[in-house]
Design a protein around this ligand. Structure first.
Ligand SMILES: [Fe+2]
Length: 404
């Protein structure tokens, strides 16, 4: 373990199970390592405070139908809408919420403009990972002083319910980070949006655990350095291509997190392999760098994945022999391995505990964005022990598409 790893804290620990905190041999938790003590120390040292991911906005071809998928398959409630009926002429946007997760699906109303161009180039994909900050002006100007590329300057969006302050900087490719503060606003999502009440049936996902970004060969360290310099992120873990390579497909990855560990962005680049890297396939079909997957945390992965599958969401499968090795590789866990195998859930263990995870198939026709469902039992890792089994599963899909 490298020294940076010990400074991490998981503020989503309310979604972790009872063994989520690392215990010492006597069954007590060392005071210095308690999440709250670490969180306070990290907050004191944080020069770029971020309060969390406020929302993720996707640009899509047909937001009405996409919203139906997120509601009926993934269990989100549609809570707000903006479009021609609310006097927004150029787009239709649906706000979807489930526990702490908020997504906005936006489609263009015509063939021209920024949204239509984004969809033409990328198909459906993540446009904006919006970060809630205590002071938008400070965040924007500090980021620009440190070399960030501005997308738009701070401005107010106002209604009779108050005002939201926003600004945005570039993230990677066409993906941006909006900085947003809603302390002086009490209305529905944002001015221009009307309340909608179309509840979904919750599937058990609680919050965003991490969002993975894919960049071109040789660009990983550039983006790692960008997050470190601009927003004071630190590096949590690095994976070399020897960790994450199969016979064919290889990649390199570094995990960046903000000063308090609330926001985590693993950053991948393709590595040379015998055949095309899965990251290169993403880049080719997305038309450049962008968000590869969004990991949603749950406290009950068996229930959540059962719900999602019943609703028609599809997941990658690993072969039976993966589960034969689990008892020796992982040791004792609470869950029944047969039940995990039935659903295709993967298991990994590190010094601090274990995690359960599963990866969806791509949620649009292009092999670009997909979802991960993750349950953590102490482990703050990303499932390194599963990379081989997982990537072989991804390669089988890639091969079916003729892209290997
Ligand atoms: Fe992940």
């Amino acid at each position: 373990m490298n020294p940076e790893e010990t400074t991490e804290v998981d503020v989503e620990s309310d979604y972790q199970t009872d063994d989520a905190v690392a215990h010492d041999g006597n069954g007590s938790v060392a005071a210095e390592n308690r999440p709250s003590a670490r969180a306070r120390r990290m907050e004191r040292e944080d020069t770029f405070p971020i309060q969390g991911i406020d929302y993720v906005e996707f640009y899509v071809g047909n937001a009405r139908q996409a919203a139906h998928y997120y509601r009926s398959a993934m269990g989100f409630s549609i809570t707000a809408y903006a479009g021609p009926e609310t006097k927004v002429r150029d787009r239709a946007s649906y706000v979807l919420e489930q526990e702490k997760i908020r997504f906005v699906l936006t489609a263009p109303m015509g063939p021209d403009g920024e949204i239509a161009n984004h969809v033409r180039k990328h198909s459906d994909g993540v446009k904006d990972i919006a970060l809630r900050v205590p002071d938008v002006d400070y965040a924007y100007h500090t980021a620009l002083e440190r070399g960030a590329k501005g997308v738009y300057e701070p401005f107010n969006v106002e209604s009779d319910k108050g005002r939201i302050r926003k600004a945005a900087i570039a993230a990677c490719g066409d993906t941006i980070h909006t900085f947003i503060n809603r302390d002086n606003y009490s209305g529905t999502f944002a001015p221009g949006y009307h309340r909608r009440e179309l509840p979904g049936v919750p599937t058990g996902v609680k919050a965003i655990d991490h969002i993975v970004l894919n960049v071109e060969l040789g660009k990983m360290n550039e983006l790692v350095e960008y997050y470190a310099r601009i927003m004071g992120f630190n590096q949590l873990i690095s994976f070399e291509d020897k960790d994450i390579s199969t016979e064919y497909s290889a990649l390199m990855s570094k995990v960046m997190q903000d000063g308090t560990g609330r926001v985590k962005f693993p950053i991948n680049e393709p590595a040379e392999g015998r055949k095309k890297s899965q990251i290169q396939e993403y880049l080719d079909f997305y038309g450049g760098p962008g968000a590869q997957h969004i990991a949603l945390i749950t406290g009950d992965i068996l229930g959540t994945v059962s719900n999602l599958k019943r609703n028609g969401m599809e997941f990658l499968k690993v072969p039976h022999n993966y589960y034969e090795e689990v008892p020796t590789r992982i040791g004792q866990i609470k869950e029944d391995i047969n039940q995990l195998e039935e659903l295709g859930i993967l298991i990994d263990r590190d010094d601090e505990g274990y995690l359960l995870q599963i990866f969806s198939k791509n949620v649009q026709d292009r092999p670009t964005l997909f979802y991960e469902i993750i349950e953590r039992h102490g482990s703050r890792g990303f499932g390194k022990g599963n990379f081989r089994a997982l990537f072989e599963a991804i390669e089988r899909e890639q091969d079916l598409r003729g892209n290997l």
